[in-house]
Design a protein around this ligand. Structure first.
Ligand code: GLA
Length: 374
C-alpha cells in the first residue's frame, strides 16, 4: 500500500511538469577539448542537450558528469551538481565528483576476496579496506567516447587483467542519455575474460538548490526500502539486513535529511551522518523507483529509478569547505549522493546478491535520474 502511494505521487509530480509549456528544440551532442591529464592524455568534454534545453556535460576523464541542469518551479534550468572548474581541479583529486566508479563501487572488506578458490589482494585505500575500485579506479581513467543518436554518449573503458588487483580483462561500457522527459539515463554493461567481480555506479554529488548553495539538510528524501545494511567502524556491512522502522534510517515517508541526522544513533555516528546502503524493495525487479528527493525552495524534484538492489545514500559528511568549484565553496553536507549499486562487500558476503561475472555473461544495469518540479 505504501508503495502505491509512493508511485502515484511520483507520477503526479511528473504529470504536473509535463503540462508546463516548453520550447521544443532538437536533442544534440557537442564536443570540445578539456585539456590534458598530468599523464599527458587528452580529455574531451561532451555536452548533451535534450529538446527542452536540459544539459549534461560529461568529460572523458572518469566519465564524470561535470554539469547537469534541471528545471525549477518556474521552469528555469539550473545546474544541480558539484564540480570543479577545469581538469586540474578534478585531478586535485576530488572525492569522486560526478565520476563513474569501478570496478567495484563502495567497499570490499580487508581489501581482499576469494573467488573459485583463489584469493585476490586489492589496494587498501580506506582504513584497511578497498573503496571505489582502489587507488586508481575507473574515476581516474580516461574513457573513450562516441556520441550516439539524440542526446547520447557512449563511453568505453577496458581494464586490464590484474588492474588494481582484480582478475580478468573487464570491458566496461556506459551509455549516458538525456531523454525529453528530463531524465538522465545511465546504462552500464560489462564483460570479462576470467571470473571476476563487478559493481559499477556513478558518484554525482547533488544539491538541488544549486552547487555551493549551502547544505542539503532541508532536502526531503523518500527511499523505497524497508531495510538497510548496518556497518562496522570501517563502514563494512555486518551482514545483517536491519529494518529501518523506528530508526533515523526510515525514509519510507518523505523526511528532511537534517531532521534526524544528529540523533544519538550508533549507525549515524559510524557514518558521520548517512553513508549507508539501503536494501531496495524490488517488487518484480526490473527498473523500479528507488528514491525521490524534493528541494522546497526551488521546488526541484529528483526521482531515482534503478535495476540495482541497493542504494548508497551519502550526505557529503566528508566535505569540509576546503573544496571550491563553479565559483562556490562546498560546505560540510553541501551535497548528497545516491549511488545505485549491489551491496558493499558482496564478494565476501555469500548471502548478499552476487556481484560475480563470468566469461560469456554480460553485466547489465540501468539507473535513471528523473527531474521535475512542484
Ligand atoms: C562514498 C563512500 C563514502 C565516501 C565517499 C567519498 O559514498 O561511501 O564513505 O568515501 O564515497 O568521500
Amino acid at each position: 500500500m505504501r508503495w502505491t502511494t509512493f508511485a502515484l505521487s511520483g507520477t503526479f509530480a511528473l504529470a504536473c511538469f509535463a503540462q508546463a509549456p516548453v520550447q521544443k528544440g532538437k536533442a544534440s551532442v557537442t564536443k570540445k577539448e578539456f585539456g590534458k591529464t598530468t599523464g599527458g592524455e587528452a580529455v574531451q568534454l561532451y555536452t548533451l542537450t535534450n529538446a527542452n534545453g536540459m544539459k549534461a556535460e560529461i568529460m572523458t576523464y572518469g566519465g564524470a558528469l561535470v554539469v547537469l541542469t534541471a528545471p525549477d518551479r518556474s521552469g528555469k534550468f539550473g545546474d544541480v551538481i558539484l564540480g570543479m572548474d577545469d581538469l586540474k581541479g578534478y585531478e586535485t583529486p576530488v572525492p569522486y565528483f560526478g565520476a563513474l566508479i569501478g570496478r567495484y563501487g563502495n567497499r570490499i572488506g580487508k581489501a581482499q576476496f576469494t573467488l573459485e578458490g583463489k584469493t585476490y589482494h586489492l589496494p587498501a585505500n580506506d582504513n584497511g579496506n578497498t573503496l571505489h575500485g582502489g587507488n586508481r579506479g575507473f574515476d581516474k581513467r580516461v574513457w573513450s567516447a562516441k556520441p550516439g543518436p539524440g542526446a547520447e554518449l557512449h563511453l568505453t573503458y577496458v581494464s586490464k587483467d590484474g588492474e588494481e588487483g582484480f582478475p580478468g580483462t573487464l570491458t566496461a561500457r556506459v551509455v549516458y542519455s538525456l531523454t525529453d522527459k528530463n531524465e538522465l539515463k545511465i546504462d552500464y554493461t560489462a564483460t570479462t575474460d576470467k571470473p571476476t567481480v563487478v559493481n559499477l555506479t556513478n558518484h554525482t554529488y547533488f544539491n538541488l538548490a544549486g552547487p555551493g548553495e549551502g547544505t542539503i539538510l532541508g532536502h526531503e528524501v523518500t527511499i523505497n526500502a524497508d531495510r538497510f545494511t548496518p556497518v562496522d567502524a570501517g563502514l563494512i556491512p555486518t551482514g545483517e539486513l536491519k529494518a529501518v522502522k523506528g530508526t533515523p534510517f526510515d525514509f519510507t515517508k518523505a523526511t528532511a535529511i537534517g531532521a534526524r541526522i544528529e540523533q544519538n544513533d550508533e549507525q549515524l555516528k559510524l557514518g558521520k551522518g548517512y553513508d549507508h546502503n539501503w536494501v531496495l524493495n524490488k517488487g518484480n525487479g526490473g527498473l523500479t523507483k528507488a528514491a525521490e528527493v524534493h528541494e522546497p525552495k526551488t521546488g526541484r524534484v529528483m526521482e531515482v529509478w534503478t535495476t540495482e538492489p541497493g542504494l548508497q545514500f551519502y550526505t557529503g559528511n566528508f566535505l569540509d569547505g576546503t573544496l571550491k568549484g563553479k565559483g562556490k565553496t562546498f560546505v560540510h553536507r553541501g551535497a548528497f549522493c545516491m549511488e545505485t549499486q549491489h551491496y558493499p562487500d558482496s564478494p565476501n558476503k555469500p548471502a548478499f546478491p552476487t556481484t560475480e561475472l563470468k566469461p560469456g555473461q554480460t553485466y547489465k544495469t540501468s539507473t535513471v535520474y528523473r527531474f521535475s518540479a512542484r
